[in-house]
Ligand binder design. Structure first.
Ligand code: 1HE
Length: 262
């Protein structure tokens, strides 16, 4: 698949090329997200090769991502600003609502639009060098990449408002504690851990992963009565797949792994 930006790359890894590894390759600018990069990210997820079962996204150099490329932040009028933000929404929607679960491997700066990108992923692994911030407040702007929708769902609106009001920076350990990341790992190991998780995710039944990506977030937003009903519909569809029947049979016949304590 042709990628129309030198600032991002895609490589297929894993035993059957089932893991897409997406790398932000603009370390000299701390992987700041220019428009070309955002559009190329969208294109990668829209054109994901069909054998891919999970994706990992990470940043080259010392930082995951410094957010919006501030050098492109020209004098936009209101209409242009609206469309620019909607362009980010469309691209990050392709990450979150795309074909496969995405694991973000985080290190160094995860700030502004970088945190918005990370929050569009399904799992975040932070190494101990990671730090999280929303400097938009001090730059005189607002989040525009879906952050005000996704970040409060991770940490609550009060914590997000504090980050923007005061410039508060969460270090990796605190970030994991409040829910910005689900995994905290030693410095330099986030990508390895993300690959391990992606490999495990890729071995799930695709329909289960689909339900986790597309049904679970919707159910979580529904009133309980509707949520129970949607859950029942999704459960019926997922368990009906031949693969589900075979996996259950394998366990009952002693051919599948048990759940282990560690
Ligand atoms: C950049 C950017 C950028 C670095 N846009 N060029 N984001 C921010 O407000 C974060 C701004 N960046 C920083 O605070 C720091 O750069 C970092 C903490 C991320 C990294 O610090 P450091 O010391 O490793 O790097 P540096 O020396 O600050 O930057 C290296 C180069 O990258 C330098 O360019 P150079 O030509 O002088 O070498 C920087 O100018 C450049 N650079 N970050 C453009 N963000 C959809 S709305 C989203 C809204 C936002 O994301 S707002 C938050 C923007």
């Amino acid at each position: 698949m042709p990628i129309h930006s030198n600032d991002i790359s895609l490589s297929l890894q894993g035993e059957s090329s089932e893991i897409a590894v997406i790398t932000l390759t603009r370390p000299a600018k701390r992987n700041a997200l220019n428009d070309g990069l955002i559009l190329a990210l969208r294109d990668i997820f829209q054109g994901m090769p069909s054998g891919v079962r999970a994706a990992v996204i990470h940043g080259a150099g010392d930082h995951f991502c410094a957010g919006l490329d501030l050098s492109e932040l020209q004098e936009r009028d209101a209409g242009q600003g609206l469309h620019h933000s909607r362009m980010w929404h469309a691209a990050l929607d392709c990450v979150q609502q795309g074909p496969v679960p995405v694991v973000a491997a985080l290190h160094g700066a995860v700030v502004g639009g970088g945190l918005e990108l990370a929050s569009a992923c399904h799992i975040r692994v932070a190494d101990t060098s990671s730090f999280f911030a929303l400097p938009e407040g001090s730059r005189g702007i607002f989040v525009g990449g879906g952050g005000s929708v996704r970040i409060p769902r991770l940490i609550g609106a009060a914590r997000m408002a504090d980050m923007m009001f005061t410039g508060r920076v969460y270090k990796a350990e605190e970030g994991e504690r409040i829910g910005l990341a689900q995994y905290l790992v030693p410095e330099g190991t986030a990508l390895d851990k993300a690959m391990e998780l992606a490999t495990r995710i890729a071995s799930n039944a695709p329909l289960t992963n689909y339900a986790l990506m597309h049904a679970l977030p919707r159910i979580a937003e529904q009133p309980a009565d509707q949520g129970f009903f949607t859950e029942a519909l999704m459960a019926a569809i997922v368990q009906n797949a031949p693969e589900a029947k075979e996996r259950v049979r394998a366990f009952l016949e002693g051919r599948a792994n048990k759940v282990k304590r560690d």
